[in-house]
Design a binder for this molecule. Structure first.
Ligand code: AMP
Ligand code: MG
Length: 487
């Protein structure tokens, strides 16, 4: 099924521990991502659903797999924990996809490992379906993120606040190396291991850095840039990761471990959904600052590699942190200006964006639908549909529209402006209440709404009449105000 080519298993023993998936009574395939399997070059044409369920729940270890749990540390809500690691996941192995890119195949929820601490190593069905839905929504939205290859129910019960059906999620990632992986070795003062890991990361993710004068500084710079751009992308679609601990920040630049994540309905920059984020550390608008904070922790791990002279190493690291801010600001402006239909924005277009966001905030307007409605206004539609999205009427909106209009008329027809805006403003996002609805039905073994939601999210920029109900914000009684980690 897989042509494994494992490289992480070759790294020193301190990097990982062997892992064995737990037995599952009655594994059943919920969904398998055939399109992704084809991209990965997997040979699954002849595999029955039963066989896929066996393999992707860990009951059968495929030939060439070397299951292991990766060691890592991490800052959780600002507090350093020197020993985390894959506690409910294992790396089955790596494959080279059709484009020759190395991708990790990981089972999540497959039982305890050497790093499980007090956890059971299991995953409940809800978080598995949630991660499946959002991973594939990201793929369709073009936001770098880990992917969903499969979801399998195990037939086991998982003990949480109540008994819940268990499941295993098969995740595909460019790699699972995190800021916390570097911190694991740096905290032990193991500079040799930090160097080994940095060399591995350069080889795997940033090969161009090898040819530069200071490969480690180049790697740090590229990681920071990818992360800054990624977070700008999140903001542009109203995404809140929810648990941006350093162990949940991938060195590859992919969104990872978005357990209690959620998309905004009405725009509120201070919005927090996660039940464990009591102080709002990871609120929507805090994400760029936290990203930079995490990159600072990453830079600290690399200091001895950046320069033999400590002062110079610090100076270089500070340069990268400043660069993070600049890259984020530029990317944010480019993305939000595009959402407004403004091409080639200048710095003085920034207030046009921030004023619109402020109107949305005061007006409690739905983030996704408002940009979509504005796209139609650009195409000549009446403003009524737009103004109706503001629950609290905003007299300033009419004035704002007068400022905005000339900025988008740059030689394009109204229809062209609308098309350009609709291509960057999704009509459909994975709304929390719909995810909850899919999970609630799945717990009673009805996966039809889950499948419908995943299928619909494959074309987020289309306005298919069959999926109109999925685009509607929650009614007051449908609102989801809290989300929970996958634990
Ligand atoms: P996360 O919330 O996914 O970022 O996980 C934080 C840490 O807790 C990681 O080291 C996980 O492996 C570990 N963890 C989370 N849930 C479980 C579980 N059910 N069993 C064992 N370890 C877990
Ligand atoms: Mg995690």
């Amino acid at each position: 099924m897989f042509s494994f080519d494992n490289s992480y298993a070759r790294l020193p023993q301190t990097f990982h521990r062997p892992a064995r998936p737990a037995a599952a009574r009655a594994p059943q395939l919920i969904r398998f991502n055939h399109a992704l399997a084809a991209d990965l070059g997997l040979n699954v044409e002849d595999a029955s659903d039963a066989r896929l369920a066996q393999v992707l729940s860990g009951q059968v270890i495929p030939v060439g797999a070397e299951p292991l749990a990766q060691a890592y540390a991490g800052h959780q809500f600002g507090h350093f924990n020197p020993q985390l690691g894959d506690g409910r996941a294992l790396l089955l192995g790596e494959v080279l996809d059709r484009e020759g890119r190395r991708r990790d195949i990981q089972l999540k929820g497959s039982g305890p490992t050497a790093f499980s601490r007090n956890g059971d190593g299991m995953a409940a069905l809800g978080p598995v379906l949630r991660e499946y839905i959002i991973s594939e929504a990201f793929a369709a939205l073009g936001v770098p993120a880990t992917r969903a290859l499969a979801a399998v129910s195990t037939g086991e019960q998982v003990v949480r606040e109540t008994m819940l059906p268990g499941a295993v999620f098969t995740r595909v990632a460019a790699s699972h190396i995190r800021v916390g992986t570097f911190q694991f070795f740096a905290a032990q003062g193991d500079e040799a291991a930090v160097k080994t890991l940095a060399d591995y990361v350069i080889e795997r993710h940033y090969p161009a850095a090898r040819e530069t004068e200071n490969p480690y500084l180049t790697m740090l710079t590229l990681v920071a840039e990818r992360q800054a751009k990624l977070i700008a992308r999140w903001l542009s679609i109203g995404f809140i990761h929810g648990v941006m601990n350093t162990d949940n920040m991938a060195i590859s630049g992919e969104t990872i471990d978005f357990g209690p994540c959620a998309f905004l309905d009405e725009y509120d920059p201070r919005k927090v959904f996660s039940s464990i984020d009591q102080r709002g550390r990871y609120a929507y608008a805090n994400q760029p600052g936290i990203g930079q904070w995490n990159i600072a922790r990453f830079a600290e791990c690399l200091l001895p590699l950046l320069d033999a002279d400590e002062e110079k190493a610090l100076e270089a690291a500070n340069g990268v942190l400043k660069d993070f801010g600049d890259v984020f600001q530029a990317e944010w402006l480019a993305l939000f200006a595009a959402k407004l239909g403004v091409r080639e924005p200048a710095d003085d277009d920034r207030p046009l964006v921030t004023d619109f966001l402020e109107l949305m905030h005061q007006g409690e307007a739905d983030f996704t639908l408002t940009f979509r409605a504005l796209s139609k206004v650009a195409g000549g539609a009446d403003v009524v549909a737009l103004t109706e999205l503001f629950s609290v009427s905003q007299p300033g909106l009419a004035e704002w529209l007068i400022r905005w209009r000339p900025r988008i008329e740059d030689g394009r027809t109204a229809a062209e402006c609308q098309a350009a805006m609709e291509a960057v403003n999704p009509a459909l996002i994975p709304r929390n209440h719909r995810i909850e609805e899919a999970i609630a039905a799945a717990v009673y073994n009805d996966f039809s709404f889950f499948h419908r939601l995943v299928d619909a999210l494959a074309t987020p920029y289309a306005e298919d009449p069959d999926t109109a109900d999925l685009r509607v914000p929650p009614k007051p009684e449908e609102r989801v105000t809290r989300t929970f980690c996958g634990t």
